[in-house]
Write a protein that binds this ligand. Structure first.
Ligand code: UDP
Length: 239
């Protein structure tokens, strides 16, 4: 096993729920600090890191729609939630002296810079962690799709999906303890078998752009860096 990372530039997708720790809602700063430490480890290996964070710990658009409200407004609220989470991550990274910038898909110049592919790649070339806020900027999409989109735009070598468990299983292992864990899958297998890992738009976009998806547990300290060195526990979706 070498000490050189197997990927040079990656996009990390963390769900909003990952940030709330044991709380039922919102942000547990100690959890965000931990994820920031994982990103710092990856940076120390020389890996360029972009991040997309969800907003489910604060708000999801369907919550408005399911109560008879306007879905588009609900999705706007969800996208704003991702901005809050992105600012929390930038704060945690800056506490440990990791240079990070938030680029939002929705313009809010008093708070953060707006996303452009050119600016994002320029910052990544400079070694900054780029946090992509606001999802895709469009309603009816998810931050999984935003992650696949940004991964393609920045030319990422891999899309890391940090989840609650250590890979893709044939069924939810928390409900079905005998579920089978996959080591490797193709994008097509994930789509054909409807495996619950990322939404189909995200998987299809990654497939079209030949971007491998690495599914791993975001709750394991140091696992991100281990996988970057080819030693961690994960499911790899490629080919
Ligand atoms: N959202 C959206 N467009 C996007 C990304 C997100 O409208 O491109 C909204 C949508 O309402 C979604 C919410 O933001 O429910 C939070 O994102 P997501 O559900 O993907 O967060 P996660 O489940 O990863 O925490």
């Amino acid at each position: 096993m070498s000490d050189a990372p197997i990927y040079k530039r990656v996009l990390l997708k963390a769900s909003g729920e990952a940030l709330m720790g044991d709380q039922g809602f919102g942000i547990d700063v100690s959890v965000v600090d931990r994820i920031a430490a994982d990103i710092a480890e990856a940076k120390a290996l020389g890996v360029e890191v972009g991040v997309v964070i969800g907003g489910g710990n604060i708000f999801r658009g369907v919550a408005v729609a399911s109560k008879g409200g306007d879905r588009v407004t609900g999705d706007h609220m969800g996208m704003l939630a991702t901005v809050i989470n992105s600012l929390a991550l930038r704060t945690s990274l800056s506490k440990i002296s990791v240079d990070a910038v938030v680029l939002s898909a929705i313009a809010m110049p008093e708070i953060c810079e707006s996303f452009s592919q050119r600016q994002a790649t320029a910052y990544m070339d400079q070694g900054k962690v780029v946090i992509f806020a606001g999802g895709t900027g469009n309603p009816f999409f998810t931050t999984d799709s935003a992650a696949a989109l940004r991964a393609a735009e920045i030319g990422a070598d891999a899309l890391f999906k940090g989840t609650q468990v250590d890979g893709i299983y044939s069924a939810d292992p928390k409900i079905h303890p005998d579920a089978m864990r996959y080591e490797r899958l193709t994008h097509k297998q994930v789509l054909d078998q409807g495996l619950a890992v990322m939404d189909t738009t995200a998987v299809a976009l990654a497939r079209e752009n030949n971007i491998p998806i690495i599914v791993y547990s975001i709750h394991e300290d140091g696992e991100f860096a281990k996988i970057l060195l080819g030693k961690g526990r994960c499911t790899t979706v490629s080919g």
